[in-house]
Design a protein around this ligand. Structure first.
Ligand code: ADP
Length: 171
């Protein structure tokens, strides 16, 4: 399994699956969520509404999969990151679950590639370095599986791009 770090906009990435930092409503929001729904078109929202009607809100740490609509990816995996607030181990655990559950859905879908944004590090204010180390450590748990061949961390902000590149060097 190859790990890539790039700086850019996840809506332009053509991995088989891309991950959305959604909220529990699954109905879209700001930041990366807004960009994915805006550029992917209404098919994504329609699919989210169906999921919500069938199973209710998406809990923090959980993930659901939909079409990617007009985006170059095939699927969007929507996961709900924790809001940092006062932080704590529980928040780290929940963020780790986001990465883990997204990877499991992608594996079930037989996706060979997946791209992640820096979940929870925007409006949800998770400390960026702790979020990046949690993301990388969780992804590394999947290093021996044979379905996903490439995991891309898509850093929108240069500060995140630097953090990921520093952390990956220490591995
Ligand atoms: P959260 O509510 O989980 O904090 P945000 O969307 O506010 O979600 O921020 C999560 C991360 O997504 C931030 O690092 C932000 O810079 C990044 N981001 C915003 N827009 C995009 C985009 N188009 N592609 C990739 N990452 C993005």
């Amino acid at each position: 399994m190859n790990i890539k770090i790039i700086q850019g906009d996840i809506t332009t990435v053509s991995t088989e699956a891309i991950v959305n930092a959604a909220n529990s409503s699954l109905l879209g929001g700001s930041g990366v969520d807004g960009a994915i729904h805006r550029k992917g078109g209404t098919a994504i929202l329609e699919a989210c509404k169906k999921i919500k009607a069938a199973q209710g809100k998406c809990a923090v740490g959980q993930a659901v999969i939909t079409t990617a609509g007009k985006l170059p990816a095939q699927y969007v995996i929507h996961t709900v990151g924790p809001v940092w607030n006062d932080g704590g181990c529980e928040k780290v655990q929940l963020l780790s679950q986001c990465y883990e559950n997204a990877m499991k859905l992608a594996i079930n879908q037989h996706s060979n590639s997946i791209a992640f944004p820096c979940i929870s590090t925007g409006i949800y204010k998770f400390p960026k370095e702790l979020a990046a180390s949690t993301a990388i450590q969780t992804i590394l748990k999947f290093k021996d599986q044979k379905i996903i061949r490439e995991v891309t961390f898509v850093c929108y902000e240069s500060v995140d791009f630097e953090i990921y590149n520093q952390l990956i060097k220490t591995l």
